[in-house]
Design a protein around this ligand. Structure first.
Ligand code: 6GU
Length: 257
């Protein structure tokens, strides 16, 4: 995969991109990430990337010319998703990360909070993404979040390959508790079942813990998680009335189409 990031603050990126999984994925050749300074595509002496809004009001708006010039230089005729990070975008989730991870190439434009000239959205951008319902000063942190979520899904990016499939949200449920040594810490014990070496019992216990935690903290996720009849029965016994996700009948419950 190749990822290009266009920003007026390129210095925000190296630390995040050169650490941990993102670093290893690049070192292994799974992804090539290029961060570009949008100012390099300006033509005036002051390297202006923004201007005052038509119609008045506060804030500055990102000018279209440097953004178009940069994207056209970087992509040529290649058809690549051009993703604008903006609080007005579709709220990012694990399914979107999985879809982006299938692409050969992605280009991210980091918008500043006040906005981007609408012609960029209309004629250049193919997708707009937000990372949640709060306000950031610019799209840079959001781009890093999306890039991290996508790159860790590339085959070979994680040391432990099953981890991505078992992550919170990949199963549609939150993950349950995890423990490591020591078996007793300040008198607090690791649950017996995890030390039993009985793999089937461990798997069953973990699934139940996931279900419990999701019911307590994020019952909204239960409507979108594939569950067995037994699990639905257990949830009913806990007082959860539904709705449930059904791959055939309840496709309309999904918010992603
Ligand atoms: Cl993508 N940009 C900004 N500026 N704020 C955000 C965001 C993006 N996602 C959530 N808040």
């Amino acid at each position: 995969m190749r990822i290009d990031i266009l920003t007026i603050f390129p210095d925000m990126f190296p630390c995040v991109l050169n650490t941990s999984i993102l670093k290893r994925a690049q070192d292994k050749g799974l992804v090539e990430i290029h961060v570009w300074n949008l100012r390099d595509w300006t033509t005036d002496k002051h390297q202006t990337t923004d201007d005052t809004p038509y119609g008045g009001g506060g804030g500055m708006i990102m000018k279209p010319e440097p953004i178009f010039a940069a994207v056209e230089t970087l992509l040529g005729e290649e058809k690549v998703p051009v993703i604008l990070l903006t609080p007005q975008g579709r709220v990012f989730n694990q399914e979107m990360a999985q879809a982006l991870a299938q692409q050969e190439r992605l280009l991210f434009i980091c918008g500043r909070y006040e906005g981007v000239d609408e012609r960029v959205r209309e004629h250049l951008v193919t997708e707009e993404i937000s990372i949640g319902d709060y306000v950031l000063s610019g799209g840079e942190l959001a781009a890093m979040v999306v890039v991290d979520a996508v790159v860790r899904l590339l085959p070979g990016a994680l040391g432990y390959e099953r981890a991505a499939a078992e992550d919170s949200h990949a199963t549609g449920l939150l993950e349950g508790p995890h423990y490591t040594r020591p078996p007793v810490f300040r008198g607090w014990e690791v649950p017996e079942v995890l030390r039993s070496g009985h793999h089937a019992r461990v798997a069953q216990w973990r699934r139940l813990q996931s279900l419990k935690r999701t019911l307590e903290r994020r019952p909204d996720l239960l409507a979108r998680a594939p569950l067995t009849q037994e699990e639905k029965q257990w949830l009913r016994e806990q007082g959860y009335e539904g709705p449930y996700y059904d791959e055939n009948e309840n496709a309309d419950l999904r918010t992603d189409n």
